[in-house]
Ligand binder design. Structure first.
Ligand SMILES: Nc1nc2c(ncn2[C@@H]2O[C@H](COP(=O)(O)OP(=O)(O)O)[C@@H](O)[C@H]2O)c(=O)[nH]1
Ligand SMILES: [Mg+2]
Length: 408
């Protein structure tokens, strides 16, 4: 392995416009490729249970903060349980019908108790067969009722060691007293009279009214879900949710530091775009991962155009233009030799700058202050370029000072 490797032998350099087009095409392919890597086994499997109309789909859309249930295509895995796969969102949602449609689950002439039992068996079999990771059990607050079927199912999930959260829904149309009473009943019924504090049922509240601030609400249900997922499915959950900035940032830093470290060891082999746009296949992969992580394709609606036509050219121009001048030693690339330290600094600086850009965009979107012009401003080559420079400097300084850089 060598730290000094040759730059590409460009036979016929492309002009800037052609270069960017080529860059966009590769980028799009890379983004799709990344999501397709999350196969059935890499996706978290979440069951939403509860009565029809109690707000299951709404809770799901609130936690992911995107339209999951409308855009997914579902197929029944058993009576009453539908498996939803959503394009470009690496998660599987199991949507179940409530027990009030119980007639469908029972044989003619059976008692109400048998019906309930039959319904529970169907749900439990689906949980086992489909290897469900988590259950969000929704109970309507204005409904004011916790049924035997509800508590029996929650207990059975727990007996199977499946993490289950109770979600009190539609709290804006119930009184605070009723909500407190229901929570008490759920806890009593599920935990018993003398519960082990570490095994107490987690109860969250949900509302579509943005005026109501709920201490144990949707962000908390999101955090609980993240914590209760197996390690190998956490990343896909983080990518799927348009919330959880801290988790996204942590994952991004892990990817960026790994790519920067790898860049110093591997041969730096820029893709043959042109002699001004210096980017390796590994960098391209990293950037595509970051755009997916920060759900940047969702910006297409705001921008009225694809991210391939906005974020990617902005990044391309930054990489192609002043970047070379900004990173000490990067000028040598033009001369044909790339030093390992420049390669990793470039990967780190550009990765962190793109990460920051995406994070700011998502934060602005979440606070409702994003417009096409704000997006354009954030994406301007100058803003990106100065961020790259800042992070690159930081990386060098940290490297000189000692241990692996901790990005901020
Ligand atoms: N006021 C209010 N209405 C809600 C809330 N959550 C859901 N709804 C409404 O309740 C109805 C059923 O919600 P949906 O999520 O489709 O329930 P699902 O059948 O359990 O999936 C819809 O008309 C929703 O708009 C809430 O928190 N507050
Ligand atoms: Mg629904």
């Amino acid at each position: 392995m060598s730290s000094n490797v040759s730059a590409p032998q460009n036979t016929a350099p492309l002009n800037m416009e052609e270069t960017l087009k080529e860059f966009q095409k590769k980028f799009k392919a890379e983004m799709e490729e990344f999501l397709s890597k999350y196969d059935e086994n890499g996706k978290p499997r979440i069951l939403i249970a509860g009565a029809t109309g109690c707000g299951k789909s709404t809770v799901c859309n609130l936690v992911f903060n995107r339209e999951i249930t409308e855009s997914g295509s579902g197929k029944p895995v058993t009576r009453g349980v539908k498996k939803l796969s959503i394009p470009n969102i690496p998660v599987i949602i199991y949507d179940s019908e409530g027990y009030e449609t119980g007639a469908r689950f029972s044989d003619r002439g059976s008692s109400a108790e048998d019906d309930g039992q039959k319904y529970c068996d169907i749900i439990m079999n689906a949980v086992r067969d489909e290897q469900i990771d988590l259950i969000w059990y929704c109970i309507s607050a204005p409904g004011g009722r916790v049924t035997d079927v509800d508590t029996s199912l929650i207990k059975q999930f727990r007996a199977l060691k499946k993490p289950v959260a109770a979600v009190l829904t539609q709290i804006d149309v119930a009184t605070e007293e009723d909500c407190e009473e229901l929570k008490k009943i759920i806890a009593q019924e599920v935990d018993g009279p003398d519960p082990d504090p570490s095994r107490k049922i987690a109860i969250f509240e949900s509302t579509t009214d943005p005026e109501i601030k709920v201490p144990q609400g949707i962000p908390e249900l999101h955090a609980w879900s993240f914590n209760n997922l197996m390690e190998s499915r956490k990343d896909a959950f983080v990518i799927s949710c348009r919330r959880g900035i801290d988790e996204k940032n942590k994952l991004a830093k892990k990817w960026i530091v790994a790519a920067a470290t790898a860049a110093a060891g591997a041969s730096f082999n820029p893709m043959p775009f042109s002699d001004t746009l210096i980017i390796t296949a590994a960098q391209l992969t990293l950037y595509a991962k970051l755009l997916n992580l920060w759900n940047m394709t969702d910006f297409e609606k705001i921008l009225g155009t694809g991210i391939a036509e906005t974020i990617i050219p902005a990044l391309g121009k930054t990489m192609a233009g002043n970047l070379i001048k900004m990173i000490p030693g990067a000028g040598a690339i033009i001369g044909g030799i790339i030093n390992a330290s420049v390669a990793s600094t470039l990967t780190y600086g550009a990765g962190m700058a793109l990460n920051k850009t995406c994070r700011v965009l998502l934060e602005k979107q979440l606070s409702g202050s994003v417009t096409a012009s704000v997006v354009q401003e954030i994406l301007s080559s100058e803003a990106l370029a100065s961020a790259v420079q800042e992070y690159a400097k930081n990386y060098r300084r940290k490297k000189e000072d000692g241990p692996a850089p901790e990005a901020h």
